[in-house]
Design a protein around this ligand. Sequence first.
Ligand SMILES: Cc1ncc(COP(=O)(O)O)c(C=O)c1O
Length: 396
Amino acid sequence: MRTAEQLQEHVRCLAHTYNPYPVLLVRGEGVRVWDTEGIEYIDCVAGIAVCNLGHCHPKTVAALEDQARKLFHCSNLYLIGPQIDLAQRLCERSFGDRVFFCNSGAEANEAAIKLARKFAHERHGPDRHEILTMTGSFHGRTMGALSATGQERFHKGFEPLLPGFNYVPFDDVDAVADAIGPQTCAVMVEPIQGEGGVRVPSSTYLRDLKTLCHDKGVLLIYDEIQVGMGRTGTLFAYEHDQAPPDIMTLAKSLANGVPIGATIATEQVADAFTPGSHASTFGGNPLATRVGCAVVDTIVEDGVLDHCRRMGHYFMEGLRTLKDQYSFIKDVRGKGLLIGVELGIPGKEIVEECMKRGLLVNCTMDTVLRFVPPLIIAPEHIDRALEILNEVCALQ
Ligand SMILES: Cc1ncc(COP(=O)(O)O)c(C=O)c1O
């Protein structure tokens, strides 16, 4: 088997958009992954909130294998069975009536932006095209999604951005009310900011936003790409606040690692898309959507949401005990198994030391450790993760 060093020699053939650690992961099972050296890791990254059911979950493997023997791909010129099955499942379990499928989070947001603009264009004309998004938000790297992203560091060098986006402070409904004008067609928000540092807004935020958008005749879009599919302990994060949107985007964990994206909307809004308005060659591909069906069924039928809530409490309790021990741990926050640990020091060294000891964790915004393990994580994995983190914190 190739070693990480052997592979490292050829890494220059890749675009320099990533700076990977010299670790070559070759196998995964549940919450654990192994590298070429046979070293085992507890995976609290899970592909950044992608493998919600854990690595190689038997039901997703079975669905993928079975579908691979039948039909890999089929154009949207024809009906695609698993695509319709997944759309039906998502509509039955959410506010939505129609689903557009694509291949990534950024694409799902592009579809949401286009849909909001088309809906407003038809009702009010082209002037009503502006979308308000939040500072600290992250919506993806394509030009539309990048322009929606309220963080300058991602914009640098790619200007001019797409016109028609304005940023307002997160968790501040008054700021949104002040910013809504005659040109505003939608407000787009993550129910919890993930890349922005696991920022959880006040419990009334989404409901107040919903009321405001309704009163002003403006669409409400939720980006649930990171927080959806059970991550926060409910299938969709908006369920905690009982504040459904007009449009919602999903991706990441929707097919547990098979690339997929989805834009879900109410019938009234979705009908602004007509044949030819938008499309994607691979969108709703049989392989991805068949696995997506297995993911939804497993989350719903196997008690994953209840388990996620319990493990989330258990993990956060353990992290709060560490916070009491180490003064550089400033805050522990999150919902379900989307957990942020805010540090008073840069998190890079902690991430690297954890990795050396067999724990994968990621750091966002330089100082926030982000724990997004598979939702099937067991108490013994959490205990071991906390033990490693404790050892590493003691070095600081
Ligand atoms: C909230 C949110 N939106 C959009 C994206 C972009 O998704 P993708 O990388 O699949 O394009 C991400 C990715 O981290 C995300 O967390």
